[in-house]
Design a protein around this ligand. Structure first.
Ligand code: N01
Length: 560
């Protein structure tokens, strides 16, 4: 039997690759296409039965992207962007999954993806500078490089609620929603979680449920999406102007088109300011952020937008007690990720919906029939859990990753993730992350960030091939500097003033470290380009001739 450091693998022969990609969501799909085009022998694996990542798993009713579909799509292929026609301003999950499947078919990706394959361990072999990667079924890949396209929000958070396993009714995780439609007709349904996911799911669940109990611990700030069908004429015109649209999006720190301004909130009188807020609220989406440039910087300006949201809740929700409970007060607007909704507040006017404030009346436990709070019990037929994710590090640390000299990633990151650019990790050579912690990722349009990372990693691998390098690793000083830079940028921002998943605060015991890079995608891209132009400063390379193991490893091109 073939033995891999600490892990026994089956005696099936190992598959040898230049690059293994873990994950076949938007990141893994593009990485696969890019490296295949460059002639690398590359494969991707994914635990799902198909492509799409987030959009494969999060099939809950109401799931929708809150970046406009024209921007939340690949820009790397004009053929693809011309061939695909979006139906809605903000695409719903089925449409985005259909898009991912369309791209996969167009590029013939599935032939190089092994689905229903979990990676459980990865060991770096110092002698050969290769990764030995083991699947849950005991199969082995030996790859010189591994790209982790494992997603930022892909590992569901465990619901830390006493007795939840005693509940005998139906239980659904929004992040692992069944493929077959679920019927809640006439049932008593409980919903836990009022972040982006719960806010999207509630209006759809409430339409079906007999009674709907929303167990809210912390209210979120949500803005009306004002989603609408995309007029075919508009779509045709948008396709004609795609190149310009993509170029403009590239110049935006968030990676998608959004109005920006230097105008200050208090540069105009109350009435004028109010009119601007009203107009932006009416247009929907994140337009409101383009009205004043200091809303997310200046505390007093931020209080103005908080006041607006509170007043809107009072207008939209008929029951004043319910309205009061729905008002976020414990953190600034955008301290946590802003949500976009369709009829979230209006749903509380339905006769079958009840808001339960589980901060005021905490959940004591679940029993087999339902949930018991300090003062009441709620018998339930079904429970929907929209409790979030072990974000950014969860999927990476779920795998037992041992780097150079057997260094353990879980130990290295015990007090929080440390990376260089959110792409590489000191002590873990030839390993790359797409949208890893320390990169703009979740603070931007994910597809834009993914494309930037895929292209940068591809260039790095091309550079290695061209210069005969077999090994690349981040230098310790570079990584320490990047971690410090990340902290300096985030430390005074509103993002530090809320217990958010950005900080790991939603997972008990997780270190409190602000994980994404808050300096913006344009700035970040320039830094990455500068580093590449300097011959990849902060990275140490080893060429084939100086490799300690003395190997001469080449990058064979794949067979036609
Ligand atoms: O998760 P969350 P999410 N008892 O962590 C509650 C992306 N996304 O899945 O705040 C009671 O935001 C928790 O309460 P609290 C987007 O980036 C994108 O909604 O901890 N409640 C909170 O209300 C988003 O930010 C789209 O007090 C418990 C909720 O569960 C990210 O995914 C759509 C609890 C979790 O909110 C995560 O959003 C949807 C407990 N024990 C999501 N444990 C797009 O449109 C947790 N909660 C692209």
């Amino acid at each position: 039997m073939l033995e891999v450091t600490g892990t026994s693998v089956s005696n099936k022969s190992a598959e040898t690759l230049n690059v293994l990609i873990v994950g076949a969501g938007f990141g893994g799909m593009y990485m696969l296409q890019k490296l295949r085009e460059m002639g690398f022998r590359v494969k991707a694996v994914d635990r799902a039965k198909g492509v799409g990542g987030t959009w494969y798993w999060n099939r809950y009713p109401g799931a929708r992207c809150d970046v406009v579909s024209l921007d939340y799509s690949y820009s790397f292929s004009d053929k693809i962007q011309q061939a695909w026609t979006w139906k809605e301003k903000y695409a719903a999950q089925p449409e985005i999954l259909a898009y991912a499947e369309f791209v996969a078919r167009e590029l013939d990706l599935p032939k190089d993806i092994r689905f229903e394959t979990d990676i459980v361990s990865m060991n770096f072999d110092d002698d050969t500078s290769c990764w030995h990667v083991t699947t849950g079924a005991g199969d082995l890949f030996i790859a010189q490089h591994v790209v982790m396209a494992t997603g930022c929000l892909s590992t569901p958070k465990a619901p830390d609620i006493p007795g939840i396993n005693d509940f005998r009714g139906e239980v659904y995780f929004t992040s692992r929603w069944p493929e077959k439609p679920v019927s809640f007709g006439g049932k008593n349904v409980g919903l836990i979680g009022t972040g982006s996911t719960g806010i999207q799911a509630l209006p759809e669940l409430a339409k079906q449920a007999g009674r709907m109990f929303v167990l809210q611990r912390t209210p979120s700030y949500t803005l009306p999406a004002r989603n609408e069908p995309l007029d075919p004429g508009y779509m045709t015109q948008a396709k004609q102007n795609y190149a310009q649209r993509r170029a403009e999006a590239k110049n935006h720190q968030a990676g998608h088109l959004r109005a920006t301004t230097d105008r200050k909130t208090f540069s105009m009188d109350e009435q004028e300011r109010r009119q601007r807020f009203e107009d932006a609220w009416g247009r929907g989406g994140l337009d409101i952020l383009g009205e004043f440039g200091d809303l997310l910087i200046d505390d007093k300006a931020n209080e103005e937008i908080v006041r607006l949201v509170h007043e809107k809740i009072d207008t939209l929700v008929r029951n004043p007690e319910t309205a009061a409970k729905l008002k976020p007060r414990s953190f600034p607007f955008a301290g946590r990720r802003i949500c976009l909704d369709t009829d979230f507040y209006e749903t509380f006017n339905r006769h079958n919906v009840e808001l339960v404030d589980v901060t005021a009346d905490p959940i004591s436990h679940f029993d087999e029939k339902g949930v018991v709070t300090k003062s009441r019990r709620y018998d339930l037929d079904a429970l929907v859990l929209a409790v979030g994710f072990d974000a950014m590090t969860g999927a990476l640390l779920a795998i037992d990753i041992k780097g150079q000299g057997g260094r353990d990633l879980r130990e290295k990151w015990a007090s929080g993730p440390a990376t260089y650019l959110g792409i590489a990790i000191e002590g873990f050579p030839n390993l790359y992350m797409i949208t890893g912690p320390g990169s703009p990722s979740v603070l931007t349009n994910m597809v834009a960030s993914i494309e930037q990372h895929v292209e940068w990693i591809a260039d790095l691998l091309a550079h290695m091939r061209d210069t005969g390098q077999v090994r690349v690793e981040a230098e310790e000083a570079a990584e320490t500097g990047w971690v410090k830079h990340n902290y300096e940028i985030a430390k005074d921002s509103l993002l530090m003033k809320a217990n958010s998943w950005f900080l790991g605060a939603n997972v008990p015991g997780k270190p409190r470290v602000f994980m994404p890079y808050a300096g913006g995608l344009v700035t970040y891209r320039k830094i990455c380009e500068g580093i590449a132009a300097e011959g990849y400063s902060g990275f140490r390379f080893t060429d084939a001739n100086h490799h300690e193991g003395g190997i001469k490893r080449e990058f064979p091109v794949s067979e036609p």
